[in-house]
Design a protein around this ligand. Structure first.
Ligand SMILES: NC(=O)c1ccc[n+]([C@@H]2O[C@H](COP(=O)([O-])OP(=O)(O)OC[C@H]3O[C@@H](n4cnc5c(N)ncnc54)[C@H](OP(=O)(O)O)[C@@H]3O)[C@@H](O)[C@H]2O)c1
Length: 235
């Protein structure tokens, strides 16, 4: 049995990643997010797909984490095979209008929350002897990519996550924990609609979630410490 955690699973890419992982009979998935209505819908979708027994939802806020509750849930597993750091926050504003609080909120979810979660689950990842951390970044945080107005703080936080990937891969190598980063291009979700109103993305969240799930399960055979652009469009 392989155990996975997916953050930001109440909607969008995280939801579809969790469903795609749970579709595999040998997987067990813990889906984290704040929105309990979205999590209930995810549970129902998993039930409808015959994967209800393999997907469990836990309300969880990366900005105000309840570590004892999370650890109570996962310590019984004895190991963690995959951590998909998908949760993300985008506040779309011109640079001069971004407050310190806006910067802090985005860095908290997109970067510091990942740092804290990895620290908490590190013993379980090590116990898996072959675990894979997948950090979901953005093309906006990918060096040399096209940049867009209103996304300075978001892109900087995603660039920090990408860099963290490289350093953690080095630091965790002896513990057989691979760390990779997927720098996503446009996928049709609520976040995309907020950043690029009216833009039609070439990929659905189902398509991208399916790819992320596959990559989480198999990508560490081929990559470690890599920041991979996953994009077919600009933006
Ligand atoms: N869609 C795109 O075109 C695109 C492109 C590049 C990168 N990405 C990245 O892909 C990931 C998924 O994006 P998406 O488009 O699916 O976004 P989305 O529809 O806005 O979903 C974001 C998810 O993050 C969760 N989240 C936000 N703040 C959180 C917090 N404090 N604690 C826990 N969870 C939190 C949300 O859940 P709750 O509100 O329930 O907490 C939600 O499930 C993000 O990291 C995003 O930056 C997306």
């Amino acid at each position: 049995m392989k155990q996975y955690i997916v953050t930001g699973a109440s909607r969008g890419i995280g939801r579809e990643t969790a469903l795609a992982l749970a579709a595999e009979p040998s997987n067990w998935v813990l889906a984290l997010s704040r929105d309990t209505t979205g999590l209930s819908r995810l549970s129902e979708a998993a039930q409808a797909a015959g994967a209800g027994d393999r997907l469990h939802c836990l309300p969880f806020d990366l900005a105000q984490p309840d570590w004892p509750r999370l650890l109570e849930e996962i310590n019984q597993w004895g190991k963690l095979d995959g951590l998909i750091n998908n949760a993300g926050l985008l506040i779309h504003k011109p640079f001069e209008e971004l407050s310190v609080e806006d910067w802090q909120r985005m860095f908290q979810v997109n970067c510091f929350g990942v740092v804290a979660l990895v620290q908490q689950v590190l013993p379980l990842l090590e116990a898996a002897q072959g675990a894979h951390i997948v950090n979901i970044s953005s093309m906006g945080g990918f060096q040399g990519s096209s940049k867009f107005n209103g996304l300075s703080a978001y892109s900087a936080s995603k660039a920090a996550l990408a860099n963290l990937t490289e350093t953690l891969a080095e630091e965790f190598q002896s513990r057989r924990i691979a760390v990779n980063c997927l720098a996503l291009g446009a996928v049709q979700t609520e976040m995309l609609a907020q950043a690029f109103p009216g833009y039609a993305a070439p990929l659905t969240s189902e398509e991208m979630g399916g790819f992320v799930a596959w990559f989480a399960a198999h990508g560490n055979r081929f990559f470690n410490g890599k920041i991979l652009p996953v994009s077919v469009s600009t933006p």
